[in-house]
Design a protein around this ligand. Structure first.
Ligand SMILES: C[S@@+](CC[C@H](N)C(=O)[O-])C[C@H]1O[C@@H](n2cnc3c(N)ncnc32)[C@H](O)[C@@H]1O
Length: 297
């Protein structure tokens, strides 16, 4: 295999959902994200790919879609998502790397990537994969962490931060945690074949004092208004974008679904093991999770 393989941020064993969301005082951010998603999601759709689904915090919000594929590199996160959402035909759980999506081209009519691009050292490579698995005109909701936020700008101007929020290069503020410049993200989206439709700026009031003083619902209500300035300027810590897949790529053939992440040959679905007819790699299906992290043979 000659394809690049950037390092991964591994959430195996992490209690992220509990410690960050449920006990971490982030009710305001969660509500603000729910509002942004509602504004950007299409009213209906067939098959949605949720990349970096984690423990499925956002999955119940994708109400318009008939079926949702939750993809995450961490089996632990997927097991937590299963516990939250249950096992049914509506949800399919896939452990795989976003840099090598195990799906045939043009399969999905929608995709989301929320709070996940910020773990991508090679963001354009991950975005190219999303475009590959989407049908023409498919919709892609991307959230990214914005380095050009007001707090970073003030800190930089007051010389309390050495990295420059105005430069286009990503900043790695902790190992495998990146903030991106909005212009750089827009350029990548365009280069890989997306047309940007709409931008919403989110979490304007992510300030500890404000969160102590005001109820989460009130801050989310204020945020809902401020989000609407997102097409004009992006100075908030989080940005949500709606993009449409551009171009002539073909929709997937009927019945085609998985492909081998090693050699890209189509795989026949099987309830226990998926065997690649081309490179002979085999992938396990365990407890309702299709596991493409590494072949079992
Ligand atoms: C910060 S969590 C966000 C989870 C969820 N989207 C949410 O907003 O609650 C990031 C998720 O991305 C996943 N992730 C990171 N790098 C990945 C990769 N290369 N491929 C697939 N998933 C990845 C992690 O396992 C983790 O569950």
């Amino acid at each position: 295999m000659t394809e690049k393989h950037p390092p991964l941020c591994d959430y195996e064993g992490s209690d992220y959902q509990k410690s960050f969301w449920e006990q971490g005082g982030r009710a305001y951010e969660d509500k603000a994200e729910a509002i942004a998603l509602k504004r950007l999601l299409p009213e209906e759709g067939r098959l949605l790919l949720e990349i970096g689904a984690g423990a499925g915090r956002n999955t119940p919000r994708y109400t318009g879609y008939e079926r949702i594929v939750l993809l995450d590199y961490s089996r632990t996160q997927l097991r937590q998502a299963q516990a939250r959402l249950g096992q049914s035909r509506r949800y399919l759980y896939v452990a795989a790397d976003a840099y090598r999506l195990p799906f045939v081209d043009g399969l999905f009519d929608g995709a989301t990537m929320i709070r996940t691009l910020h773990h991508m050292q090679d963001a354009p490579l991950a975005l190219r994969q999303v475009r590959r698995v989407l049908r023409p005109a498919g919709s892609f909701i991307l959230e990214y962490a914005n380095k050009l936020n007001l707090k970073a700008i003030f800190r930089y101007l007051l010389r309390r931060q050495d990295w420059n929020p105005f430069s286009l290069a990503p900043v790695e503020f902790a190992a495998l945690n990146f903030d991106f410049h909005p212009k750089a993200v827009r350029q990548w989206l365009d280069q890989v074949g997306f047309d940007l439709q709409r931008q919403l700026t989110v979490s304007h009031f992510r300030i500890a004092l404000l969160k102590r003083l005001f109820p989460a619902d009130f801050l989310a209500w204020l945020d809902a208004g401020a989000q609407l300035t997102g097409n004009w300027w992006q100075l908030s810590p989080s940005v949500f974008t709606l993009n449409h897949a551009r171009g002539e790529s073909l929709a997937a053939a009927a019945g085609a679904f998985f492909q081998c992440p090693q050699c890209t040959a189509p795989l026949a679905d099987d309830p226990e093991v998926l065997a690649c007819p081309q490179c002979a790699a085999q992938y396990a299906v365990r407890d309702g999770i299709y596991d493409f992290r590494e072949p079992i043979a």
